[in-house]
Ligand binder design. Structure first.
Ligand code: AMP
Length: 198
């Protein structure tokens, strides 16, 4: 089972991805986490992307696609992947489709966390105060939100046309969101079983 957790920044994708790792033994692939790890390691890649991350803009497609490819290719015994914060552009989505096909797999379902923009801004200013993440500052967050609207939201029709998109209420509390995601995945697995039996 490979799924994408989709939604704007601060929608709760990371929290939900971690729960899926614990509860369903899936492997979380978060390009944001990978880029932050590269930055704190001080590697050449980390130095290259640090200012871009802090500004709230997207790093180049080739960088994130390469990171994802490395992880997917080294994890062939994995039960499945939860893509978190990837893909964020149409080019990334197409690369992911190609990559999955090369490994005889596919993206099974895209779960869209539907959230209210005003609430996100409130949520993020709390996180900024608590954690001090540079790209949570109000200017950078606005840039991230705009990048989402301009570059990432076009993936909604892309996955809808593939009949993979399922929307859930991302404003509910964390446990209720987890329960909704779990129901979607159970339903999907059930359907797969019925299809393969028939
Ligand atoms: P996140 O933690 O997913 O919000 O990512 C933090 C930052 O890392 C983003 O604002 C971008 O600068 C960069 N980033 C993460 N994932 C991607 C991606 N798939 N494509 C481009 N940039 C990304």
């Amino acid at each position: 089972m490979n799924l994408i957790l989709f939604g704007p920044p601060a929608a709760g994708k990371g929290t939900q991805a971690k729960r899926l790792v614990e509860r369903r033994s899936l492997t979380q692939l978060s390009t944001g986490d990978m880029l932050r790890a590269a930055r704190s390691s001080g590697s050449p890649l980390g130095k290259k992307v640090a200012a871009i991350i802090d500004s709230g803009k997207l790093v180049s497609d080739s960088i994130v696609v390469e990171l994802i490819e490395e992880r997917v290719s080294s994890c062939m015994g994995c039960a499945g992947f939860v893509f978190d914060g990837f893909p964020r552009t149409l080019a990334q989505a197409k690369s992911l489709d190609g990559l999955m096909a090369r490994y005889g797999q596919n993206v099974d379902v895209v779960i869209r966390l539907e959230v209210d923009e005003e609430a996100l801004i409130a949520r993020i200013s709390q996180r900024f105060e608590a954690e001090g993440r540079a790209d949570d500052n109000p200017d950078a967050f606005l840039t991230r939100l705009n990048a989402y609207k301009a570059q990432t939201a076009p993936l909604i029709p892309y996955y809808r046309e593939q009949s993979k998109l399922v929307g859930i209420d991302g404003m509910a509390d964390m446990d209720a969101v987890s329960a909704q995601i779990s129901a979607v995945l159970d339903q999907h697995e059930h359907r797969k079983m019925v299809d393969s039996a028939g």
